[in-house]
Design a protein around this ligand. Structure first.
Ligand code: THU
Length: 157
């Protein structure tokens, strides 16, 4: 038996102002995207913004439904819209911001497993790293690639 380890590194920023210009713009767009939330059941608001390889930015926000599984997270709303609008472009980065009743929390909102898997798919489609930026009121986390938040990604078919 061999013990093996997986190391993950990521960047933490004290505020949006500390990010580079592109990431700052995407973070601001993710916060703006929270305006599109429809979350009458959880009241948990999440906005997401995807940057495409041509610089376009696509917004998403969580959409809930009385038949709970029919709703969709902000990140997948954004990525599926981006995939449909720009089928020939790559997704280079995604930012998300969220919190109860639309107020950003102390800790960054982190994507659910299903959204991570969808990020992994679009990253694989592009063949290049897709960075993931998670935003809160007090700190920002940046992961350089989806592998960092979904080690041992399933992509075998
Ligand atoms: N949600 C997102 O939109 N993104 C996440 O990363 C986690 C959760 C949504 C789904 C649901 O509408 C609400 O937040 C509560 O789970």
């Amino acid at each position: 038996m061999t013990n093996r380890e997986i190391h993950i590194t990521y960047e933490e920023y004290a505020s949006i102002e500390e990010l580079n210009a592109e990431d700052r713009e995407l973070a601001v767009e993710a916060i703006k995207a929270m305006q599109g939330v429809y979350a009458p059941y959880s009241n948990f608001h999440v906005g997401a913004a995807v940057r495409m390889s041509d610089g376009s930015i696509v917004h998403g926000a969580n959409q809930e439904n009385a038949a709970f599984p029919s709703g969709l997270c902000a990140e997948r709303t954004a990525m599926f819209a981006a995939g449909a609008l720009y089928p020939d472009k790559d997704m280079v980065s995604i930012a998300l911001a969220g919190g109860a009743f639309g107020r950003l929390g102390k800790e960054p909102a982190t994507p659910c497993g299903a959204c991570r898997q969808v990020m992994a798919q679009y990253q694989a489609k592009s063949g290049k790293p897709m960075s993931v930026i998670m935003i809160s009121a007090d700190k920002i986390w940046k992961f350089e690639k989806v592998d960092d938040i979904l080690p041992l990604i399933f992509n075998s078919i």
